[in-house]
Design a protein around this ligand. Sequence first.
Ligand code: ADP
Length: 347
Amino acid sequence: MLRVEDVVVRFGETEALAGVTLEVAAGEVVTVLGPSGSGKSTLLRVIAGLQRPDAGCVLLGGVDLAGTPPHRRGIGLVFQDHALFHHRDVFGNVAFGLRMRGESRESVEARVREVLELVGLAGFERRAVATLSGGEQQRVALARALAPEPRVLLLDEPLGSLDRRLRDRLLGDLEQVFASLDVTALYVTHDQSEAFALGDRVAVMRAGRVVQVGSADELWAGPADEDTARFLGLSNVRDGVVIRPEAVRVALAEDGGAVVTQAVRQGPLVRLTLERDDGEPLVAAVAAPDHPQPGDRVRVDIDPAGVVALETPVSDTGFERPPRSTSKGHGEIEDSLDTGSPPVDEL
Ligand code: ADP
């Protein structure tokens, strides 16, 4: 449905997009996940027609959009700061695009009622926008974007300005709306939980490039490189290998090769930060009952099933390792971490 091809955008010396190619199939929700400044908004602006690319093109249904102005692209937009018309009521906001298209009064009223119901705001037509909560305003923005039945919906950090509780609720509602309408959407966020909850596929962006696209399972099972792995929150990344925290098993042992420096409860598990005798850190996620405490010495075992080899062992920005001592007598993790990139099945 939507295809972005080799898009480049430069602002002076800055290459905001350095050749981005991305596809969204009909009925698919693709989330774009990346840190601030990675080019996510610029990508959406190019697709919407608000930013002209220096190279590359955007195709919708196979047609190049280069000559099509933003309001003729059949694209719905939802931004973080909802950008509602504050002098109009809810009806006036949601009806805006429909009226622009010259639809009859009855058909506008019916459609507004329908989309307001869909976003959980049935009966809000005559409310002044200024009297609505942030979450309600964001629902109005979503209803306004959905009303003209866009071919593609673009959302830029739509939940960014809401508090955690509201965010979680709206996230659930968005999931339902997307599923029930079979929406084709590109959704930009820096928040992993949003990206993985909503995206059929997640495109990870960094420094103006899409570095990996895949389902949640695919990304977690095989991050493209060390930076991506770390961005996903996998902290045990070293020398082209990721060790999942659940695969790190610890047992109290006076002669063990590591000491527990921190224990943080995370739901049913406890996240232990370990420091090995050579100074290298390792994170373990262990079952809560009887877990080791900070200061305890432990022996470490790693389940080979939880060790993932990265496709590209060394990423662009490299990885600074802490200086290593030459002391002997480390735990079993020694081999898996210190000998470069051993074949995974030897671990
Ligand atoms: P994100 O949405 O991931 O935070 P942006 O697309 O907003 O990233 O920005 C990507 C890069 O392009 C950043 O370095 C940003 O400073 C730069 N940039 C974005 N818009 C402009 C602009 N209008 N003029 C100059 N630089 C810009």
